[in-house]
Design a protein around this ligand. Structure first.
Ligand code: G3I
Length: 349
């Protein structure tokens, strides 16, 4: 039986996010899939600041250590996610004892300590880090996060510099969603191009692949891959999944959804997918992988955001109780019908 890692051998790595329960051995069937199919792993949550560095003087290493040990033992390429992000940042980092914003100098020191303690601990073991996550808005402007507000735009180059000092051999990435949008892609291009001009070590850009049922167009993501590859850095498709649950507001869905009529055939509170929707999802996934293969010389890794439908963050989001089907293994740990065609295509590419 063809596996993901064998099918894409020589093209790019294929990875998966792993959660804490899986790493702890509480979901052996998911782990079996991960070992069999994937040669790269990323921590879904346990390396985020809120989890790993909840208080100034407290680092919680157990889960991240277990993740790194697991991936090492299974010869997987290891990605650390994520050092500097506006979301899931531990609240203490931005404020002093009176609850006021800390000064620029203090935040830079805290950021440096955060990055260097974590990257230093896994030096030579974690192969690449998502150093900065989601710093650019959809219109290409800077996200006005606390990092940006207190430190200014230099927080990004400082973060990369601190990471490089802690592990000069590790690859350092900028990771973001919605990179298929032209304005956002241009913003990221400018950001990384400026960093490279200044001599900052940026090894790659992660294009998060949180696909919807109908956006982005495959050609839009392809155009972004082409544009960003001209920077000469590695590109990775990260966080790949495809939600088929329509956005709760009909108005919004109708506006953004090319397949709105089709998406209405699917009841988000049901246990399964109608054939028409299933086929559409598989065709769309196949189309994306065909595009990734066309660009395989520019892409070093494609990573799914989860092993199987049952543990994807897409369930229950943004409304509790919804069931989603965003990945290529189902809730019963079976590879979905049609995936073998994607693997055959890759093998014969
Ligand atoms: O583990 C706790 C549990 O103990 C607690 O009872 C429960 C109550 O809320 O929360 C659990 O933690 C949740 C965690 O997922 C594990 O399930 C957090 O609340 C929840 O916020 C967290 O969501 C994660 C989200 O990032 C925010 O960090 C998702 O799992 C994760 O898939 C998602 O991943 C992000 C990427 O890091 C960045 N790009 C977007 C992507 C999707 O949002």
């Amino acid at each position: 039986e063809l596996t993901f890692k064998d099918a894409f051998e020589g093209k790019f790595l294929v990875g998966t996010a792993l959660n804490v329960e899986q790493v702890a051995g509480n979901e052996p069937k998911a782990i079996e899939i991960a070992k069999k199919h994937f040669n790269s792993a990323v921590a879904e949550n346990c390396m985020k600041m809120e989890n790993i560095h909840p208080e100034e003087d407290i680092f919680f290493w157990d889960e991240a250590d277990a993740f790194v040990e697991f991936a090492e033992k299974n010869n997987m390429h290891i990605v650390g996610h994520t050092l500097v992000w506006h979301s899931q940042a531990a609240p203490w980092i931005f404020v002093d004892e009176n609850g006021e914003d800390v000064s620029r100098e203090v935040l830079i020191e805290r950021m440096k300590h955060h990055i260097q303690t974590i990257v230093g601990r896994y030096k030579g073991r974690v192969d690449g880090w998502d150093v900065v996550n989601e710093a650019i808005e959809g219109d290409g402007s800077w996200r006005e996060s606390k990092w940006y507000q207190i430190i200014g735009p230099e927080y990004i180059e400082l973060a990369f510099q601190f990471a490089q000092e802690a592990d000069p051999e590790a690859e350092l990435y900028y990771n973001d969603y919605g990179v298929s949008g032209k304005a956002k892609c241009d913003g990221i291009y400018d950001l990384v191009s400026n960093l490279l001009e200044k001599g900052v070590k940026v090894d790659g850009i992660g294009l998060q692949g949180h696909l919807n049922f109908d956006i982005p167009l495959i050609s839009e993501m392809g155009a972004s891959i082409e544009k960003l590859s001209s920077l000469g850095v590695n590109l990775m498709v990260t966080e790949l999944d495809m939600t088929i649950v329509p956005w709760p507001s009909d108005e919004v869905t109708a506006e953004v959804s090319l397949n709105y009529e089709l998406s209405k055939e699917y009841d988000p509170y049901s246990e399964g997918l109608p054939d028409s929707v299933y086929q559409e999802v598989m065709d769309r996934y196949t189309g994306f992988f065909e595009m990734f293969l066309r660009h395989h010389e520019k892409i070093t890794r494609v990573t799914f955001w989860g092993v199987h439908d049952g543990n994807s963050w897409r369930n229950d989001w943004p409304i509790e109780g919804r069931t989603d089907f965003p990945l290529l293994f189902d809730r019963n740990y079976q590879m979905k019908e049609g995936v073998e065609n994607i693997l055959e295509m890759a093998k014969n590419w």
